[in-house]
Design a binder for this molecule. Structure first.
Ligand code: GDP
Ligand code: GDP
Length: 434
């Protein structure tokens, strides 16, 4: 499973600087999910092919009161949900009483944390770190976040190797991994039950901790699947407070672990900002997307028209993702979603030979030449596949840095159409030989 890294520490120690270095996400996900997360930031990153989720928990002072105490409590909840906790301190400011208070709070969670001494630039790192050893952390990293120093070797040390993780999950969770995600109350549990339906659940893995999603392997019409259930339906005996059972971390991890993500939205409420945040994260993660517009039952034709119009308008950049209008409660529209899931999976995992990709590139060039830059034409010579889930097309040429975005979009649309890629984003990488 994709590891989750939480960053904690006082304000100004360099958490956001480190977050930005680790993620390089265009926009960090700062989502207000039912008041859960006010000032926390979520992003995804990768090191040597191993993906991870990183959370900046916001600044703690260690002695919060009132509303701040509640936020501090939530930051500590994020710590409990994380796999790896990085406790940042400021090597220039030296040890403060706030650091000691936070160190104590961390100790109380019982979660092993790593001490990260930041801002070691311009001084002897060992001297900068020396006074922090009394905090009693066994594992200490010395970094300079704003100089991008020490971060790679820290990640190398902390993260498992990518191939092992993928192999492990392919063995434990066979077939097409489908993540069912969405805000509280949109109908995820109902949908998961409906999708499993009569299918025999082969093995049923109980989660190790409450924060884990439930991974349910099953078979349908000869095809193996694993449903990643973020709502924990089978575990839930009574309908508890929905906000309590919803976890952004769990949701993000399910997205990372999936081949295909079903984003469930509630037709009665239409598309809301939180849905857009989740879509943004699915795109950043490069996962294939199917949109399930649930609770379609009991909507009159005016209401249906309005929802469809809103989706067309706000999701015009997503015309390659299938939308299904379903009723998880009654089951209508659920079966045909499997067709989209299959196509998405094929698209995400497809392997294309170099000569095919190059032929598509050549055709695209014939239709529309790339522009001139400083009197010279940008040359694109050949293309090969660099990876899957998401599919990556590597294009080789000259002066590719100068390729305008509009031309990149044109290429993406052309490849998408010719290769019939559904649901999955196609990533492009341009390599110049000069
Ligand atoms: P946060 O409040 O913990 O998120 O801290 P920020 O990331 O906003 O950083 C606080 C200040 O420390 C900013 O002015 C950063 O530029 C600076 N800073 C962060 N990392 C380093 C570092 O490695 N070296 C130095 N000298 N300054 C840093
Ligand atoms: P979750 O929090 O996303 O897992 O949502 P649940 O599956 O627990 O559903 C929330 C509420 O919406 C429950 O009362 C469900 O019965 C109801 N619900 C779920 N799907 C549908 C649907 O397709 N139609 C209608 N009318 N209600 C639904």
């Amino acid at each position: 499973m994709t590891p989750v890294i939480a960053l904690v520490g006082r304000p100004n120690v360099g958490k956001s600087t480190l977050f930005n270095q680790m993620t390089r996400t265009r926009d960090a996900l700062v989502a207000d999910f039912a008041g859960l997360t006010r000032d926390r930031k979520y992003g995804e990153g990768q090191y040597e092919g191993q993906r991870f989720i990183v959370i900046d928990t916001g600044g703690l002072t260690g002695d919060e009161e009132g509303i701040d105490a509640e936020m501090a409590r939530q930051s500590m909840l994020a710590v409990e949900e994380a796999d790896i906790v990085l406790f940042l301190v400021d090597g220039r400011a030296g040890l403060t009483s706030g650091d000691e208070l936070i160190a104590n709070q961390l100790r109380r969670t019982g979660k092993p944390a790593h001490l990260v001494v930041n801002k070691t630039d311009g001084q002897d790192p060992d001297v900068a770190a020396s006074e922090f050893y009394q905090l009693g952390f066994e594992s200490v990293y010395l970094i300079a976040a704003s100089h991008n120093r020490g971060i790679r070797s820290m990640l190398e040390d902390l993260l498992p190797a990518a191939e092992e993780v993928e192999q492990d999950s392919a063995e434990r969770y066979p077939g097409i991994r489908i993540g069912v995600v969405g805000r509280p109350n949109v109908g995820k549990s109902t949908l998961v039950n409906r999708m499993l339906g009569e299918e025999r659940v082969v093995v049923y893995d109980m989660p190790g901790t409450t924060r884990d999603s439930v991974y349910i392997p099953y078979e349908r019409q000869g095809q193996e699947y694993t449903l990643i259930d973020t709502a924990g339906v089978r575990r839930r005996k009574s309908v508890r407070e929905t906000v309590e059972k919803f976890s952004i971390i769990k949701t993000l991890q399910a997205i990372e672990d999936s081949h295909v993500v079903i984003l469930v939205i509630d037709a009665r409420e239409g598309l809301v900002d939180q849905d857009m945040h989740l879509i943004g994260f699915v795109l950043d993660a490069g996962r294939s997307l199917v949109i399930a517009v649930n609770k379609w039952d009991g909507m009159d034709s005016d209401q249906r028209g309005r929802v469809k119009e809103q989706l067309a308008r706000r999701l015009d950049f997503l015309d390659y993702a299938d939308k299904h209008y379903i009723s998880a409660l009654h089951g209508s529209g659920v079966g045909v979603m499997y067709d989209s899931i299959g196509e998405c999976y094929e698209s995400a995992m497809a392997k294309w030979p170099t000569n095919r990709l190059t032929a598509i590139l050549e055709d695209a060039l014939t239709q529309h030449q790339p522009p001139l830059v400083n009197g010279r034409r940008i040359k694109l010579r050949y293309a090969h596949q660099g990876g899957s889930n998401p599919p990556l097309v590597v294009v080789h040429g000259n002066q590719t840095d100068a390729l305008p975005n509009a031309y990149k979009r044109y290429l993406e649309n052309t490849f998408r159409r010719v290769l019939n890629v559904r649901g999955a984003p196609i990533r492009f990488e341009f390599r110049s030989s000069e």
